[in-house]
Design a binder for this molecule. Structure first.
Ligand code: COA
Length: 155
């Protein structure tokens, strides 16, 4: 992992900062998903924190909560997702954190659903060995803003 980077479990104390990350308008356009209100975000994450099937890791960079990475069920598939605060972008953090997650989580195949316009996220996934399977319908439970969804897979 790059210097200063640590992955640890998400705690409920992390939720206010993760909420700030997910309501950034640039990140919202990039990811292509509708943001949740504070109440809906808390409810969603409290459920995730209680759910043993979801792997949830806080991305810590220089002792700050820079974002989160999750592995969760989407229908029959196990999928990865991640989100960093915008001040942490462009430093190789997502690639390094995802590579570390893939060493800890040995389930395969793993999938990722990514907006077709989100070239940054696609690049992170490609650098970690995921390949695109092309466009898919938006999975149930996702709340898209716009556009086409790509499915990417790692064996
Ligand atoms: C997408 C995201 C995770 C990228 O994080 P990051 O730490 O900046 O990514 P990295 O620094 O590891 O970059 C990896 C590669 O992607 C490229 N990249 C990252 N963001 C990019 C962007 N916006 N446009 C084009 N390329 C981009 C980098 O140049 C790098 O490629 P290179 O090594 O060939 O130069 C981050 O921008 C983010 O959290 N966005 C909002 C939420 C989101 O989109 N989540 C993913 C949903 S599927």
């Amino acid at each position: 992992m790059i210097a200063g980077l640590v992955l640890r479990d998400v705690h409920s104390d992390d939720l206010p900062i993760l909420f700030e990350h997910q309501r950034d308008p640039v990140a919202i356009r990039m990811a292509g998903y509708r943001p949740r209100s504070l109440e809906a975000f808390r409810e969603h994450w409290e459920k995730i924190l209680r759910d043993p099937s979801v792997i949830k890791l806080a991305v810590i960079w220089n002792e700050e909560v820079a974002g989160n990475m999750v592995v969760f069920d989407v229908g029959e598939n196990r999928a990865v997702g991640y989100w960093l605060g915008n001040t942490y972008w462009g430093k190789g953090i997502a690639t390094s954190a995802l590579a570390e997650l893939l060493q800890r989580v040995l389930e395969r195949p793993l999938f990722a659903y990514v907006a077709a316009h989100n070239v940054g996220s696609q690049r992170v996934l490609e650098k970690c060995g995921f390949v695109s399977l092309g466009g898919v319908d938006t999975p149930e439970g996702f709340d898209p803003l716009v556009g086409e969804e790509l499915l990417m897979r790692l064996d």
